[in-house]
Ligand binder design. Structure first.
Ligand code: ADP
Ligand code: MG
Length: 506
């Protein structure tokens, strides 16, 4: 392609678009780039056997993405892993931030309470595993392009399974379909980097499994995926399971709501977590690693027993991914404290190496607290309540999973509903406005064409010792590109706004 060829190319709305869509639909199902259908699509109780799957929403073309930004994001991931491993080890720092938000946030307060109870019993597992994802958008400042971090995920970082498949889909299309278009893209003209996210995340789980070692109780060991009831994004998780099973590691899925029923704690000093096969309870596996794809938000804790379940994981000898401390390290409050102007002093405390810490600092955008006493907090209160200034910001509570934020004009409205002494449970963040690119999204068989905004996520895996600080495994683990229409504020694929994409480096 020459630089003045428009990309993605315009498609003729008839047969050409139809052919490309059909190829994507078939390839996606054939290769597990799929989700379970929402009840609204098939009708309540219309799939009682649970046999249906539909295409995950995806772009027809890989979106153009600046190569320098992509490489920068990948290169700093191991520094980010190290930063969040160190934050997870600083109980005093996390405790202070929890106190700042706990009055207005029962969920965070409750997580902290469980941590304190387990601390009193005495933690029996020092190893801690993080499967992280750092999310960015490209910020354009004149000619200069710079990635800016949207958030850092420390629990249930999803889409690593589907993301690898999306890269493969676009690579497949670049060989088979794009060269046949009326405005052809010849083979080997798109720069489509390999994406190892599924295998790399599995490799992180594998490293923790190895580090746990054999059972001293002579049980077989396993990895347990703790999942939500009725999970629709199941194939994303299955890709990780299949990768682990190829290495002959026993992997099981257990809904969080059934954890107390199908696990026990061994009545031995190490309190091993034992999984009893539901269909054959006399067969027992010792859980080396517990991978949480549930438990990140209040909806997963409908009853007091849910908190007992979380406590059972935390108090046992299993290696949790993540621990409560690591989950809390992902609070937006932590990100705010690291980024608040005027300078990187908090960051430097965790990452003393100046070159490393300034590489991380460059990716921060302005984030403010909303307290009434600090100068930054007072300034943020002015910005958040001013009808013009607020248009440049997003306000976030300490939540994960999408759909929780307040954008622009909704910020002052929301603050009116919250007692002022609880404002500090939110953070105020400058909006990043990436350059819009054109693409077409295929969602539930329908095409959505227009300006889109891309969000890059880079995965990282890290295994460390909470007591000694020793890092035993620290890897960058592939990427995710999520794309949404430029009119949408939220970008979650599972939340129904965004779609899967991959990068065409430019
Ligand atoms: P969650 O934990 O719910 O995923 P995020 O912080 O990732 O919360 O915000 C959800 C979405 O809102 C992001 O995927 C992004 O599309 C948008 N968003 C969040 N922060 C910003 C920001 N500073 N600038 C622009 N968009 C943002
Ligand atoms: Mg997010």
């Amino acid at each position: 392609m020459t630089s003045n060829t428009p990309y993605p190319p315009a498609l003729d709305a008839g047969l050409e678009t139809e052919r490309l869509s059909q190829t994507i639909k078939d390839w996606s199902i054939a290769n597990g780039l799929a989700v379970r259908p929402p009840p609204a699509l098939v009708g309540q109780n219309q799939d009682p056997e649970g046999i249906l799957a539909i295409n995950a929403p995806v772009t027809l073309f890989p979106s153009p993405f600046p190569k320098s930004c992509f490489e920068e994001a990948k290169a700093i991931q191991t520094n980010y892993n190290e930063l969040y491993a160190r934050i997870s080890q600083d109980e005093e720092f996390l405790g202070r931030l929890v106190q700042e938000v706990a009055d207005g946030d029962d969920f965070i307060a409750k997580l902290w309470e469980i941590h304190l109870k387990v601390k009193e019993e005495g933690y029996v597992q020092n190893l801690s595993l993080g499967l992280f994802r750092s999310d960015y958008m490209v910020h354009q400042d004149g000619d200069h392009l710079q990635i800016k971090q949207v958030e850092f995920n420390t629990i249930a970082s999803s889409f690593g399974g589907l993301s690898a498949q999306t890269s493969l889909l676009h690579q497949h299309l670049s060989k088979t379909e794009y060269p046949l278009l009326t405005t052809p893209i010849p083979p080997n003209t798109l720069n489509l980097p390999a994406n190892t996210s599924a295998h790399s995340l599995a490799a992180g789980l594998h490293a923790a499994y190895e580090a746990y070692g054999p059972s001293i109780l002579n049980h077989p060991t396993c990895i347990l995926f703790i999942v939500q009831d009725g999970e629709r994004n199941i194939f994303d998780q299955r890709h990780l399971e299949y990768s682990l099973q190829q290495s002959s590691i026993p992997v099981f899925r257990l809904p969080f709501s059934q954890l107390l029923t199908h696990t026990t704690l061994s009545p031995t000093p190490l309190r091993q977590l034992l999984y009893h096969l539901p269909h054959n309870p006399s067969q027992i596996f010792e859980v080396a690693v517990t991978y949480l794809r549930a438990g990140y938000g209040p909806n997963d804790y409908p009853a007091p027993s849910s908190w007992l379940a979380r406590r059972r994981i935390e108090t046992s000898n299993t290696i949790p991914c993540p621990t409560i401390l690591t989950q809390l390290a992902g609070m937006k409050k932590v990100q705010q404290v690291l980024a608040t102007p005027p300078g990187p002093s908090t960051l430097a405390k965790f990452i003393p190496d100046e070159e490393k810490s300034s590489a991380l600092w460059r990716t921060f955008t302005n984030i403010y607290p909303l307290d009434s006493s600090s100068p930054a907090g007072r300034e943020a209160r002015r910005l958040a309540t001013d009808p013009k200034e607020c248009l440049k910001y997003v306000m976030k509570p300490q939540r994960e999973g999408g759909g929780n934020n307040f954008y622009k004009g909704a910020i002052p409205e929301q603050l009116k509903k919250v007692p002022e002494e609880h404002w500090n449970s939110f953070i105020l963040m400058e909006l990043i406005t990436p350059p819009a690119v054109q693409n077409t999204i295929l969602r539930q068989g329908k095409l959505e064409k227009g300006g889109v905004i891309c969000e890059l996520g880079v995965y990282g895996t890290c295994l460390w010792d909470q007591k000694t600080g020793q890092v035993k495994h620290n890897e960058e683990a592939g990427y995710l590109l999520r794309t949404k229409g430029d009119q949408s504020e939220e970008g979650g694929v599972a939340a129904g706004f965004g779609c899967m994409d991959s990068v065409a480096l430019v």
